[in-house]
Design a protein around this ligand. Sequence first.
Ligand code: ADE
Length: 224
Amino acid sequence: MRIDILTLFPEMFLGPFSASIVKRAIERKKAEIIIHNIRDYSTFKHKSVDDAPYGGGAGMVMRIEPIAILIEKLKRERSYDEVIFLCPDGELLEQKTVNDLSLNQNIILLCGHYKGVDERVREHLITKEISIGSYVLSGGELAAAVLSDAIVRLLPGVLNDETSALNDSFQDGLLSPPVYTRPAEFNGWKVPDVLLSGDEKKIENWKEEKALERTKNRRPDLLK
Ligand code: ADE
């Protein structure tokens, strides 16, 4: 899968994709993540990418021109399944959306900044708008990194059996049960006996019970 990220701050992506699972996915050529600087596509003298809002008001608005030039250039090179705008007023991101997006070949992620982007970008160039939570970030970059990470770990051949995404919280509508590792006792705090019993059926039942209990206590909305 190929993810093209359009941003005014390419340096914000130096960290998130250079460690752990996403880094490995890129090295194994399961995912390709290309960062584009929107500023490179400004035809204005000083490479400006924003302007004051029509009708007045505080803050600057990202101009449509460099964004449109960049998206059109990418679309001439290959076809895209989605052009996604990360914004606080988009559809709230859920695991189901991540699962669906992971089936795509090519997607574009557009990161907004300042007071937002010219509404005509959203009307004519964007196919989907996603928010990663009901709070405002200073731009879409961290949201694009979160979304990319969530997608890339689901791509075939990225996780091995042990870390399989099938057991993730949310995949079966439940939170994951608690996990423990050695030592069996620390400071007098014990690992539940059942996990040391070797009885697979009992262990499986315990995990299901704990997943349900945890979901009831922490995220009852998931059970509705
Ligand atoms: N940009 C600013 N805030 C955001 C959020 N919560 N989700 C996605 N993009 C954003």
